[in-house]
Design a binder for this molecule. Structure first.
Ligand code: 3IX
Length: 210
């Protein structure tokens, strides 16, 4: 394994990655269900205590073999990159919705997502930090121009027009302009009535990546 700016070259073969993803993807999806079920369950406390024992047993099983730190962003020489722990798109991260981003072309992307009880801030509405999280990520990937370059969020501005309802939502992002190592991206998240949050960000191609 070797490292480039924190990106890890890890020569796991694509078919092995497929095998791992086929097992851990559904596991993470089940943990997402567990998160939602834990929030919304109305079973009596004694029943919740029994569930706790079962969850602790699962944690013990998974802890039997662990990476020393976070999952990181990895790539192999077969052209595959994976970021299983990513907070927004991580396949193995139950905290991530996960967002499935469609890159229409370099610098233009959108995504559909359904946010449930785990993302609530004000009653029935998405937490403002959660909308910022999702927008930051889709904007970062958009600035990265189809993953041809590395970009970091420099400045991010959010305008919250109205509450974002929990449920089905759409995100849109596009590169507005570029100047040297700076990339301006505009984006929004909203429901069928239109945008609820509009964002503008300056994404920087770090000096070390040029
Ligand atoms: C090799 C194989 C790689 C394989 C990769 C494969 C797959 C990749 C997979 C995934 C990755 C893809 C996408 C990731 C997607 C989403 C992630 C979401 C985005 C984030 O969540 S990311 C985390 C939050 N983010 C940070 O953690 C940044 C912390 N920070 C820094 O790392 C530095 O601070 C940095 C890099 C920002 C700048 O550092 P630097 O040294 O390069 O900058 P420098 O001073 O040279 O400035 C150059 C010009 O930018 C202007 N400028 C500087 N800073 C600015 C700012 N903050 N706002 C506005 N303008 C700024 C200057 O004013 C100057 O402008 P001018 O040229 O006009 O004077």
């Amino acid at each position: 394994m070797s490292e480039f700016g924190g990106f890890i070259q890890d020569e796991v073969a694509n078919d092995e990655l497929d095998r791992i993803e086929a097992a851990y993807g559904p596991l993470a999806a089940a943990v997402r269900e567990l998160v939602d079920a834990t929030i919304r369950s109305t079973v009596p406390p004694e029943e919740a205590a029994l569930a706790l024992a079962e969850v602790e047993a699962v944690v013990k099983r998974l802890r039997a073999q662990q990476m020393p730190g976070p999952a990181g962003v990895r790539f192999n020489s077969e052209g595959r990159a994976w970021n299983w722990g990513n907070a927004v798109v991580g396949l193995r991260n139950a905290i991530a919705p996960p967002l499935e981003i469609v890159h229409v072309r370099s610098g233009l992307a959108h995504a559909n997502v359904d946010l449930g009880a785990a993302y609530e801030g004000p009653p029935g509405l998405v937490h403002g930090g959660a909308t910022a999280l999702l927008l930051d990520h889709i904007m970062g990937e958009t600035a990265a121009a189809a993953f041809t370059r590395v970009t970091f969020t420099g400045t991010l501005t959010m305008v919250y027009r109205r509450g974002t309802p929990l449920g089905p939502l759409r995100l849109d992002a596009r590169i507005d302009r570029e100047e040297g190592r700076k990339v301006w991206v505009v984006a929004s998240i909203g429901d069928e009535e239109g945008p609820t949050v509009e964002a503008e960000g300056i994404f920087i191609i770090p000096r070390w990546a040029t």
